[in-house]
Design a protein. Structure first.
Length: 215
């Protein structure tokens, strides 16, 4: 049987239901609007934080361009300490590492690359840093450590050619010619048309007496 309420009875039912459940509704509204307000506050903080990181990165780049390496370190320190999970911190570390290499401070560059390998964001930054770190270690005569760094990469999608070439350089330095040839050919095969220096790879292969496969 369907209960039919007149307007008065309906009002009484609603009033009773509100008495029993009103506090829960109010609390729900408070949480909902509070959550919305909190989310807006979080968004605002994110935007401000991103702007600050962008500013620090831009200033650091300008200082490096003016050869003011020590001054630029202050901006990098801010990025590393206050914006660790921002892409700007990783990009700044890579840029600072290159600047260190240009003034023959390889030891400091190694530390910066290691920082990005451990903390880089997004993950592609870690891949870039690992490849550059391997190159520096090789230049410093640490071929075995360089190879370990390369082999430690979990996913090098998009960077296959670069990794294979560095691996070839390392293997060549160790006198592992046959393996180096394979690595260089892999690099050549993975190189996209119009990207990278195909001529350099061909030259490396030919210098070792290898038959170059350009297919």
């Amino acid at each position: 049987m369907v209960d039919i309420y007149d307007s008065h009875e309906q009002g009484e039912v609603v009033k009773k239901w509100l008495q029993e459940n009103g506090s829960a509704i109010v609390m729900g509204l408070v949480i909902a609007f509070g959550g919305l307000f909190g989310f807006k506050q979080w968004q605002s903080w994110q935007d401000t934080n991103r702007q600050q990181a962008s500013y620090e990165y831009e200033v650091m780049g300008e200082l490096l361009a003016a050869n003011q390496l020590d001054a630029a370190m202050a901006n990098f320190q801010t990025l590393r300490d206050e914006h660790k999970k921002s892409p700007y911190a990783s990009m700044a570390a890579l840029q600072m590492a290159r600047a260190r290499m240009e003034v023959n401070q390889a030891d400091l560059a190694i530390g910066l690359y290691e920082y990005v390998v451990e903390n880089g964001y997004p993950k592609a930054m870690k891949v870039v840093a690992r490849e550059r770190l391997a190159r520096v270690l090789l230049d410093q005569g640490q071929a075995e450590q360089a190879l370990e760094i390369l082999n430690g990469a979990e996913d090098v999608s998009g960077f296959e050619a670069r990794y294979a070439e560095v691996r070839g350089d390392i293997l060549f330095s160790q006198g592992r010619i046959d393996e180096a040839i394979v690595a260089y050919q892999e690099s050549l095969d993975a190189l996209e048309e119009g990207a990278g220096d195909r001529g350099k790879l061909v030259m490396k292969l030919e210098s070792m007496g290898a038959t170059v496969n350009e297919s």
